[in-house]
Design a protein around this ligand. Structure first.
Ligand SMILES: [Zn+2]
Length: 334
């Protein structure tokens, strides 16, 4: 397994966690899954459902002396396609049990009601953000097309905050860390101070807090960046020697990375306020001012990113939103 040096810390558990990296068709690049030879034989995360990812997974497993059909348990850390798309194929080959947070269940199992809600939500959100109708349609179609990269499976066990599960002969606490995804869980081993952190804290990019539709049983959408800051603040307070990530290198200097993330977000908040000094603006106008070059795959992420920051400013009472006659939200400084 590749890690950054963690001297003087030494965790024998790391020797039992094998990283298998799979290609994705997304700008984020390859995704890490982790095989833990244990009883049950466990895979953490599944990669997207593409022939290339499946081949890479099979090759990675073969190097460790196991095959797809040997897997007994798949733990999904959050319901993003690069982390769970292949789960149905793995379950079909192995009969493995899938464990995940309750909020990931509708996506993993492919509930039609959840898909319909997502499809509607993206388009409505883009239009209300002021994205031109043609571009909004194309972006929503792109997201609907993600379904091709997903194979579904039943979730056998729901994992939530406060539970402890056995992995690699040790007990790992389940931490619900909403933000990057509302269904995101990290697994923490307090003796060795290891965090299986997936996308909650990444070394090379700031995790996008992605705006999504209301969770099952809720009427309002979550404010993902507000949630994300709280979840980051929480792991800042913990004793963590190493974050084992979903993408890129492991993170040893957790607190300084979180500090730099907060500085980045503060700068972006200031930038948005500066833009708003010129008068009320739509989310899309602000996204275009902040991200100079945006292609189709960036439309939703950029909109979501700006909206997330506007949620924070709105929560602090620094901006207010009105809806114009054309149905577009306009934000202004208070
Ligand atoms: Zn990811």
């Amino acid at each position: 397994m590749q890690t950054v040096p963690i001297d003087p810390f030494d965790a024998p558990l790391l020797g039992k966690i094998h990283q298998i990296t799979l290609p994705t068709p997304f700008p984020v690049g390859p995704v890490h899954t982790y095989l833990i030879p244990d009883d049950p034989l466990t895979l953490i995360d599944a990669g997207p459902c593409t022939p290339a990812a499946q081949a890479a997974l099979q090759a990675g497993l073969a190097q460790l002396g196991v095959s797809l059909s040997d897997i007994q348990r798949v733990i999904i850390t959050h319901a993003h396609v690069d982390h769970y798309g292949l789960v149905g194929e793995i379950v079909a080959a192995s009969g493995a049990e899938v464990w995940a947070h309750p909020l990931a269940q509708p996506s993993i199992e492919g509930w039609p009601s959840s898909r319909a809600l997502h499809d509607r939500f993206w388009l409505e959100l883009l239009l209300a953000s002021g994205v031109p109708a043609n571009l909004a349609q194309r972006t929503a179609s792109l997201y609907q097309g993600m379904e091709q990269l997903i194979s579904h499976a039943p979730v056998a066990r729901l994992l939530d905050e406060g539970e402890t599960i056995g992995l690699a002969g040790a007990g790992w606490q389940v931490l619900h860390c909403p933000g990057h995804a509302d269904s995101l869980i990290c697994l923490y081993q307090p003796m060795d101070r290891l965090l299986l952190g997936n996308d909650h804290l990444l070394a090379h990019i700031s995790s996008n807090a992605i705006v999504g539709p209301p969770s099952p049983g809720e009427s309002q959408r979550r404010r993902p960046l507000v949630d994300y800051w709280a979840s980051l603040g929480r792991i800042y307070e913990m004793q963590i020697a190493l974050v084992i990530p979903g993408h890129g290198d492991a993170v040893a200097d957790v607190r300084s990375l979180i500090h730099s993330r907060f500085r980045f977000y503060e700068r972006r908040l200031a930038r948005l306020q500066e833009e708003l000094r010129r008068g009320p603006q739509s989310v899309w106008q602000l996204a275009q001012a902040i991200f100079r070059r945006l292609d189709l795959t960036d439309t939703y992420l950029a909109t979501s990113e700006v909206l997330g920051h506007l949620d924070v400013l709105e929560g602090k009472g620094l901006v207010a939103r009105t809806t114009s006659d054309d149905g577009i939200w306009r934000y202004r400084l208070t």
